[in-house]
Design a protein around this ligand. Structure first.
Ligand code: MAN
Length: 458
């Protein structure tokens, strides 16, 4: 019996002494807890006897006298976690029966047995870090190539632009020449086609026709009986008043000076003389001399060719101007400090999330298409890089998308992450019509900075 009492006393005493040990503090803070007769609360607010440290009663307002017990509600316990990551837990979790520190240090006086898992966790973490480092290094290697290709492409486009500018200048010159050639060809055609003063009854701007009276008489005398009859006049002569007008028999007789038919002599005095003074009286299907005149035909062909040539040059000039505009726009875009993102222009990346298929086209736009509807909704047009200062190229902003129902215009923010593959990783719409994407590319890889705040107790 006495033996049992001694053992119980020993266990209690060991636990008591254990709890009095300065637990739950980091190396950096150890200097505050050097065994002395008094303890100054770390915030400097109170001086207490040293044996009140970790006596399970909270004396200091900042909880610094009880780092190893749960007595202070604002106290914090430092898990050293040798082999893994040190961290603080609220001191209320000390000896609460739940293992918080991987080195089991928070449950030093509890019924719960906490295995130490720091080594395993540390190994796992180190493996993860190594993988990450490997991936970043591989990404950086790929990025070097992207930079090389990007700079080459940039120069290529710049040269293309210079070439196109030269082509455009030449085309502009050519355009002026072709315009002049066209005007000349048109003028020549007009000359040849009878804009000069014509004999007979043709007005200055009327097409030249073979208008000798005997020719007209012959044409009208369709039965070749030597007479032009009223029916022949009706069949071949038209009157242009408000509209094309078919002659009545009376009108035809009237044009023949009141006779039903006339010979050549009377024809000249009647119908022919009326035709000369009245250009509204016209003969149907009068063959034009122009149709057969090789000079006129050549002039028409030359004018047509001049027109077609001008059109060709105009089209080429417009195309070149458009290409120049596109190139200028491309070359004014910021493709990263070393042009490493240039390879993304003209590419699109797709991802389906639930019922929507999203399309991310860097430097262009972000769209969304529902699986049921056919409509493609623009979520945002390329606006700018939007990463924080010092890491500008880590985010892309797309705005002025299609208006949201009862809301603002849609917009999208794309976060760029380092990786060896170029791939769209995630799409979310955390608040209505505001889309967030994660995109992985080697171009986003940055050399790893040595981590600060990694505790030397690791
Ligand atoms: C569509 C999609 C959704 C969006 C709603 C808002 O259905 O663009 O992403 O939340 O419109 O009405």
């Amino acid at each position: 019996m006495q033996y049992h009492i001694i053992i119980a006393m020993t266990i209690w005493f060991t636990a008591y002494v254990d709890s009095r040990k300065i637990r739950g503090i980091s190396l950096a803070y150890r200097r505050f807890y050097k065994e002395k007769t008094s303890f100054l609360c770390i915030d400097g607010s109170k001086l207490i006897p040293f044996d009140q440290v970790n006596d399970d009663y909270c004396d200091c307002p900042d909880g610094s006298d009880e780092p190893g017990t749960a007595a202070c509600s604002n106290g914090r316990f430092y898990c050293t976690n040798l082999g893994f990551r040190p961290h603080y837990i609220p001191s209320s979790r000390v000896n609460d029966g739940i293992c918080d520190c991987c080195d089991a240090s928070d449950e030093y006086n509890s019924q719960t047995h906490c295995p130490s898992t720091c080594r395993k966790l540390g190994q796992r973490q180190r493996a993860e870090v190594e993988n990450q480092i490997r991936s970043v290094n591989e990404g950086l290697h790929l990025k070097q190539q992207l930079i090389k290709d990007g700079i080459n492409m940039w120069h290529e486009k710049q040269n293309q632009l210079n070439d196109l500018r030269r082509v455009s200048e030449n085309l502009h010159r050519k355009l002026e020449e072709e315009k002049k050639a066209k005007l000349e060809a048109e003028a020549h055609k007009d000359d040849v086609m009878g804009y000069q003063k014509l004999d007979g009854y043709g007005s200055k701007r009327q097409k030249f026709e073979d208008d000798a009276p005997q020719n007209i008489f012959q044409q009208l005398d369709s039965n070749k009986d030597g007479w032009v009859a009223a029916v022949e006049v009706q069949a071949q002569v038209e009157l242009f008043q408000d509209d094309r007008h078919q002659l009545t028999e009376t009108e035809a007789v009237d044009l023949l000076g009141g006779s039903n038919q006339v010979d050549f002599a009377s024809f000249q005095e009647t119908l022919f003389s009326r035709m000369k003074s009245n250009d509204k009286i016209k003969i149907k299907d009068r063959p034009s001399k122009l149709d057969n005149d090789p000079l006129v035909q050549a002039a028409i062909r030359a004018a047509e060719k001049a027109n077609a040539d001008l059109k060709k040059v105009e089209d080429a000039y417009e195309t070149v101007k458009m290409e120049i505009r596109d190139l200028e726009e491309m070359l004014s875009t910021d493709y990263g400090s070393n042009k490493e993102f240039i390879y993304l222009q003209n590419q699109c990346f797709e991802m389906t999330v639930y019922e929507y298929t999203y399309m991310f086209c860097p430097f262009n736009q972000v769209t969304q298409k529902g699986s049921t509807g056919t409509e493609t909704i623009v979520l945002g047009k390329w606006h700018s890089w939007a990463g924080p200062i010092g890491n500008k190229y880590s985010k892309m902003k797309f705005d002025k998308g299609q208006p949201c129902w009862q809301g603002p215009a849609r917009s999208a923010t794309v976060t760029l992450m380092c990786g060896t593959e170029t791939v769209l990783k995630s799409v979310k719409e955390p608040s209505k019509c505001q889309y967030f994407m994660e995109f992985q590319t080697p171009a986003a890889c940055q050399p790893l900075q040595p981590k600060r705040n990694v505790h030397n107790e690791l």
